[in-house]
Design a protein around this ligand. Structure first.
Ligand code: UN1
Length: 517
């Protein structure tokens, strides 16, 4: 029996105008949840409700809001297995990874519960006597958060937890194909005692969401937009928020490079490439795009990667597998299109390509009805190729070669994304030269391109985002605005820059020349 879920606005179920079935990608005939989808008017109404609730929420002392975040962490921890099982069922993420994803919510809560007792502002000396200067972090107001379904609970928590802690209200629009996981997390958040209207869960299609957001921005009830998804939609959201003099927090795609230097530990590099490229079936925004391999170790690296891939299991995500099915039909269709970008000058070194079926099995595994695909390694990709230039969300990795580190850095930056990157080397100079040259917001040395920790700044540049950063103390700048206060208690008008005491130096002073006798 599948779940029926609806949007929740101000603590009450909100009207829906359409229905969406979220299915299990390992067995697409199985409906995980029947989801009521709201329209643009309901989205805008949710933002009004949030704006109303935010006024009271901002008055709750930050340490008390921190206690609520602590309770969310405890509730998520106590429900970790159930939530992870649901994530596996709904988007096909291998269970061990789903548990790791749930852990990331707890880590985020652990970090921000203490922030409730910090949210530091400064006291700053004034240029005049009897005057004090201060800075305060104020909540922005209402955050509209629109998230993807490949990390249906962890990535939303990166927005929701700091936004709420800082005293904002949130309207959260999760991906429809991950609605059941999102709804379960929403329930855990509200069980922690958030007042009605402070967190609203809104299920809606893309077009209605965009129209609702446009309306709410016009009405002045949204003050920050957080978006995780494609570069294409991110650009539209950036344009829309820009017209309203806002800058959205955009976490977009990636074409994440991994550079393998001649002095790399090749076994370690192959293991890293395997997980970066094919863990989560290549559906992380931090997944490996192209392995950029020094020409002297190309054959040895490719041979190791292909061997490791052949030994890896693709299959039922409830079991111990490297990868399960793709997230959803829409993603499988798009992935099939990426496969058409394989050109005659490329060499597929991994074996069969395409959907795993009875006629195209992977060893003894025929995939059943599931959206399972063969993992693919394409050797010989070149800078002009679409496979080299564009994000290919799914289990496909390109391989190209280089001769100098400068050339490798240039290749790493060429697609114009800039989320994550990695270098395998045993030379500190190469690691630091790569770090300096690469355009990515994140750099791994001798490690996978994916797997960022919850307390480092997460975000990208170029086609990967507008420079905004999530996580750790850096995300506070997304969900608060600095306010500067000056307080003059001299009892007279002291004019800045004019009524400032002057101490006159003797700038002609020079040291006397002394000569030894
Ligand atoms: C994403 O795919 O949107 O660094 C985020 C990682 C994860 C997050 C990925 N912690 O791979």
């Amino acid at each position: 029996m599948s779940r029926q879920i609806m949007s929740v606005v101000g603590g009450k179920e909100a009207a829906s105008t359409a229905t969406y079935d979220s299915t299990n990608p390992a067995r697409p005939a199985e409906v995980v949840a029947r989801v009521g989808l709201a329209d643009a008017a309901t989205f805008a109404a949710a933002c009004r409700t949030a704006a109303e609730a935010q006024r009271e929420w901002a008055k709750v002392p930050a340490p008390v809001r921190g206690r609520v975040i602590a309770s969310i962490g405890r509730l998520v921890e106590a429900n970790a297995e159930a939530l992870a099982r649901l994530v596996t069922e709904e988007i096909g993420k291998p269970y061990a990874e789903a548990l790791g994803e749930v852990r990331e919510i707890v880590d985020t809560c652990d970090f921000f519960l203490g922030e409730g007792r910090r949210l530091y502002g400064q006291t700053v000396p004034s240029e005049m006597p009897d005057k004090n200067l201060f800075t305060f972090r104020n909540p922005v107001g209402v955050a509209a958060v629109i998230t993807a379904g490949n990390f249906p609970v962890a990535v939303p928590s990166w927005y929701l937890v700091p936004a709420l802690l800082c005293g904002n209200a949130v309207v959260w629009k999760p991906a429809e194909y991950a609605a059941a996981s999102a709804y379960a997390m929403f329930q855990l958040f509200t069980a922690a005692g958030l007042p009605d209207g402070v967190l609203n869960g809104l299920f809606a299609g893309g077009a209605e969401t965009f129209a609702g957001l446009e309306r709410a921005l016009g009405e002045g009830t949204v003050h920050k937009v957080g978006f995780t998804g494609s570069s294409e939609v991110g650009r539209r959201i950036g344009e829309l928020t820009g017209r309203h003099l806002q800058s959205a927090c955009l976490e977009l795609g990636g074409k994440n490079p991994m550079v393998i230097m001649p002095d790399a530990d090749l076994d370690l590099a192959a293991e890293g490439a395997l997980f970066s490229g094919f863990g989560t079936a290549g559906q992380r925004c931090t997944s490996l795009g192209t392995a950029i391999v020094h020409e002297s170790v190309h054959d040895a690296f490719v041979e190791r990667l292909v061997r490791a891939l052949a030994a890896a299991t693709v299959g039922d995500p409830t079991g111990d597998v490297l990868a399960g099915p793709l997230l959803d039909r829409k993603f499988a269709d798009r992935y099939e299109e990426y496969l058409t970008w394989i050109q005659p000058h490329h060499t597929v070194v991994s074996g069969p390509v395409g959907r795993i079926t009875k006629d195209n099995p992977r060893g003894g595994f025929d995939g059943g009805e599931g959206l399972y695909y063969h993992p693919v390694v394409v050797d010989g990709v070149r800078p002009g190729d679409r496979l080299f230039m564009e994000e290919t969300f799914g289990p496909i990795v390109g391989v190209t070669t280089f001769s100098t580190l400068d050339e490798a850095v240039e290749l790493a930056n060429l697609p114009g994304y800039g989320l994550s990157s990695s270098i395998y080397t045993s030379d500190a100079r190469s690691a630091f030269r790569f770090r300096e040259g690469v355009s990515a917001g994140m750099v791994s040395v001798n490690n996978s391109t994916s797997g960022a920790e919850a307390h480092l700044p997460f975000g990208g540049n170029g086609r990967s985002g507008n420079g905004s950063r999530q996580s750790g103390m850096w995300v506070l700048d997304q969900f608060t605005r600095w306010q500067a206060m000056n307080w003059d208690h001299s009892g007279r008008l002291q004019k800045a820059q004019m009524d400032v005491a002057e101490i006159v130096p003797d700038l002609d002073f020079r040291l006397a020349e002394t000569r030894l006798p």
